[in-house]
Design a protein around this ligand. Structure first.
Ligand SMILES: *Cc1c(COP(=O)(O)O)cnc(C)c1O
Length: 353
C-alpha cells in the first residue's frame, strides 16, 4: 500500500517520563487508511495528529461498528525499539473485524503500516524500564447513511501514546469482586472480538465494584453464571495445588496475547497448565480449603496483575496472604525481561525495528 506522509509543522515536546500516566499524551502524527466496498483499502496517510471529521450519520456513532487493538513499542537498554508479537495483534484485529462485519486487511500490509508509523514516532518511545509507547490501532464503520447493513465505508487509524509504568508504585495485589448481575458477553456474542461495545457494556459493573472498594470484577459466563471467564478487561489464571488453571477460550473470552504467552512460559518452566472450564464453585472450595495459592490477571497493560482479595457475595477471602505470589512474580520477570530486552528471547517473540 502506498503511504503518504505529511509531517507536522509543530513537533511536540515529550513530557517528562515520570508524568506520562496512561493514554493522556499523543505523538505528533496519526495514521489513517480509508476503505470502501468498491475500492478496498486506499488513501493510506500519516498526518499531523488532530481532530477527525465525521458525518453525523457515520455508522460508528449509531451502530457501534468499532474494533481496536493494544500493543506497545518497548525501548531496549541498548537504545533500540522493539514490538512484542505484533503479528498476533494484526491477526486478532482481522478476527475482530470479521465478527463485526468490518473489512479485514492483508496481515503483512497492516504490520508494515504499524512499523512505518512507529519508526516515524520513535522519539516518543520513553526510556525508563516499564514505560512504553502504547499503540492503538482501531477501525470503524464510516458509512454516511443510517441504513442498517454491513458497511460500505470504513476507516482504519493508528494513534500512539507515550505511557508510564503500570507499576510506578510497585506491584500491589488488587481486590476483586464476583459480578453476579451483568455479564461481559455470551457465547455466540462478541466476547472474542476486541470491540468498543464490550467495554461500554462492562463499565457499569466496574464502576459498581469501585464504589465498594474493589479494583475490578470477576466475570462469570453469561449462560449458566457458573464458570469464570475474565477479570475486568484481563484474562485470569489460578494456581491451585501447584497447577495452573485458566478458563478455556469458549468464544466469550478475549484470546489475550499475554495469556497465550504466559501459558507458553509456564509450560516451559515446568508447570502443568489446564485450559478448561473453571467454575465459581471450584474456586470457592479452593478458597475455603486453602488450596488456592495464587490468582492473577494477564494483559498487555499490566503484563500480570496479582489478585490479593476476592469478594464472593458478602464473604471476602484473602488470596496468597495478600502478596504477589512466586509464580506471578516469575511470569512478570520473564515477560517484562523479554519485552524490554533485558533477557534473552528464546521464544522468538520480539520484533526489533
Ligand atoms: C485486550 C484484552 C485482554 C488482554 O489481551 P492482551 O492481548 O493480553 O493484551 C483480555 N481481556 C479483554 C476483554 C481484552 O479486551
Amino acid at each position: 500500500m502506498e503511504l503518504t506522509i505529511v509531517k507536522t509543522e509543530n513537533p511536540k515536546t515529550m513530557p517528562p517520563e515520570s508524568e506520562l500516566g496512561f493514554g493522556k499524551y499523543f505523538t505528533d502524527h496519526m495514521l489513517v487508511v480509508e476503505w470502501s466496498a468498491e475500492q478496498g483499502w486506499y488513501d493510506a496517510k500519516i498526518l499531523p495528529f488532530g481532530r477527525i471529521d465525521l458525518h453525523p450519520a457515520s455508522t460508528v456513532l449509531h451502530y457501534g461498528a468499532e474494533i481496536f487493538e493494544g500493543l506497545k513499542a518497548y525501548r531496549r537498554a541498548d537504545g533500540g525499539v522493539q514490538l512484542f508479537r505484533p503479528m498476533e495483534n494484526v491477526k486478532r484485529m482481522n478476527r475482530s473485524a470479521e465478527r463485526m462485519s468490518l473489512p479485514t486487511m492483508d496481515e503483512g500490509e497492516m504490520l508494515s503500516l504499524i512499523e512505518q508509523f512507529v519508526r516515524l514516532e520513535e522519539r516518543f518511545v520513553p526510556h525508563s524500564f516499564g514505560t512504553s509507547l502504547y499503540l492503538r490501532p482501531f477501525l470503524f464503520g464510516n458509512d454516511e447513511c443510517l441504513g442498517v447493513h454491513a458497511v460500505h465505508r470504513a476507516t482504519f487509524m493508528l494513534i500512539a501514546s507515550p505511557s508510564g509504568s503500570y507499576y510506578k508504585e510497585g506491584i500491589n495485589p488488587v481486590g476483586i469482586m464476583i459480578e453476579n448481575e451483568d455479564v461481559r458477553t455470551v457465547r455466540g456474542g462478541t466476547g472474542y472480538a476486541k470491540c468498543g461495545g464490550n467495554y461500554a457494556a462492562s463499565t457499569r459493573a466496574g464502576e459498581r465494584a469501585a464504589k465498594k472498594g474493589y479494583s475490578q470484577v470477576l466475570w462469570l459466563d453469561g449462560v449458566e453464571r457458573k464458570y469464570i471467564e475474565e477479570v475486568g478487561a484481563m484474562n485470569v489464571m489460578f494456581k491451585i495445588g501447584g497447577k495452573i488453571i485458566t478458563p478455556k477460550l469458549t468464544g466469550s473470552i478475549l484470546p489475550g496475547i499475554t495469556r497465550m504467552s504466559c501459558i507458553e512460559v509456564l509450560k516451559k518452566e515446568g508447570y502443568e497448565v489446564e485450559e478448561r472450564l473453571f467454575s465459581l464453585e471450584e474456586l470457592v472450595s479452593a478458597l475455603e480449603n486453602g488450596a488456592l495459592e495464587e490468582a492473577w490477571g494477564t494483559g498487555t497493560a499490566a503484563v500480570v496483575s496479582p489478585i490479593g482479595k476476592l469478594a464472593i457475595g458478602d464473604k471476602e477471602y484473602v488470596v496468597g496472604g495478600g502478596a504477589i505470589g512466586e509464580t506471578t512474580k516469575k511470569l512478570y520477570d520473564i515477560l517484562t525481561g523479554i519485552q524490554w530486552g533485558k533477557r534473552e528471547d528464546t521464544y522468538g517473540w520480539v520484533y526489533p525495528l
